[in-house]
Design a protein around this ligand. Structure first.
Ligand code: COI
Length: 356
């Protein structure tokens, strides 16, 4: 159990009211959690202090070699005033998997959970309650040794910041247009694709800008070797409903193991739908789209929740999915996931954790 020191802000910010059209990731709450790591001493000095700039040496290793891990999860306020987090155990497990891959020291699971809970409890007035909003939790670790040689750092900072958010995409639940990228790749097996780390996101920017210029919101990546098999969207995992079967690319080492991805798989299975986690080639998709077998496409992610896809572009072809609107299963998944997150639907899976 961490002994977390609390340093209260003397300068609280105004909390956005329900009239504020929250967009994703622009407003931050009054406090943040910080804990340091020193080799030989372990994690130490856990504290919750006023949110604000931090001081690092320009030589801090994170700036040069990208040794960092981040996570993303959300807290919600229910109609009867309870505070719920959604599957934090899965984010903590993934964070430590990322840490191991990135040679960052692991964070004890119970300390990680306690830190998030205490920060959310202190900042509970910031949890927005309007439809489609939540309090986004962003834990991250950065390497802080001032050193220009390439090796794992001996010192780190673990921080958690909070942001009241609305929909990740400006489209909200309206279907997004996705660009299947055939030039750049995001990750390769054996690389860091399954770790949640900044490097995977910077790798996506060039293709994302290219797609944006063509009017597409996101890039769907193909595998890094053959550029033949579907991987993920970067900010989301991807699902297809083909002839009644729910299909999603199998976790192969280069795909991020999404918590919402797992939730979709578990819900669809519980509803008795056939679910296949397997290789999906872009050719199979093209064929399914042409014959009308491709009934629905949606992305899943913590930030994006369930994001229906209306159009897919591959090379010079654009495929409309169904009538280009929100598919029935995508809508049902969205309603169920957000219903459980907000405590409106009974959580028979034991996915929510109450912050008391
Ligand atoms: C999330 O869904 O929480 C993520 O971390 C994706 C990020 C691009 C916003």
């Amino acid at each position: 159990m961490l002994d977390i020191k609390f340093i209260k802000t003397g300068n609280p910010k105004p909390i956005p009211g329900p009239e504020n059209p929250l967009v994703f990731g622009t407003i931050f709450t009054d406090h943040m959690f910080v804990m340091d790591y020193t080799e030989g001493k372990g994690w130490h000095d856990p504290r919750i202090e006023p949110y604000g700039p931090i001081s690092l040496e320009p030589a801090a290793m994170v700036f040069h070699y990208g040794q960092e891990m981040f996570e993303g999860l959300k807290a919600y306020k229910t109609e009867d005033g309870r505070i719920l987090m959604f599957r934090p155990d899965k984010n903590i497990e993934r964070a430590n998997n990322s840490n191991r891959r990135l040679m960052i020291p692991e964070i004890p699971e119970e300390d990680f959970l306690q830190a998030m809970k205490e920060l959310v409890r202190i900042e509970q007035a910031w949890i927005p309650t309007k439809e489609g909003t939540s309090l986004y939790i962003r834990p991250f670790v950065i390497a802080t040794d001032p050193f220009l040689g390439v090796r794992p750092s001996f010192t780190y900072k673990f921080m958690i910041i909070l942001s009241p958010v609305g929909a990740y995409y400006p489209e909200g639940l309206d279907p997004v247009k996705i660009w299947i990228e055939d030039e750049y790749v995001r990750a390769v097996r054996g690389g860091i694709g399954e770790a949640k780390t900044g490097g995977n996101y910077v790798a996506s920017l060039a293709a994302q800008m290219k797609a944006h210029e063509e009017g597409y919101s996101q890039v769907l990546w193909l595998d890094g070797v053959e550029r033949k098999y579907i991987e993920e969207v970067g900010a989301m995992n991807i699902f297809f409903k083909i002839n009644g079967t729910v299909v999603t690319p199998q976790l192969n080492g280069s795909i991020l193991p999404g918590v919402t991805r797992r939730t979709c798989v578990e819900l669809c299975k519980a509803w008795g739908l056939p679910v296949e986690e397997r290789k999906v080639s872009v050719q199979e998709l093209e064929e399914a789209a042409r014959t009308g077998a491709l009934e629905e496409v949606w992305g899943s992610g913590t930030a994006a929740v369930i994001s229906p896809v209306g159009h897919l572009r591959y090379e010079d072809e654009v495929f409309q999915i169904g009538d280009g609107g929100i598919g029935e299963l995508s809508q049902k998944l969205y309603d169920t996931v957000t219903g459980i997150q907000l405590g409106k639907i009974e959580d028979t899976f034991g996915w929510t954790v109450e912050v008391k």
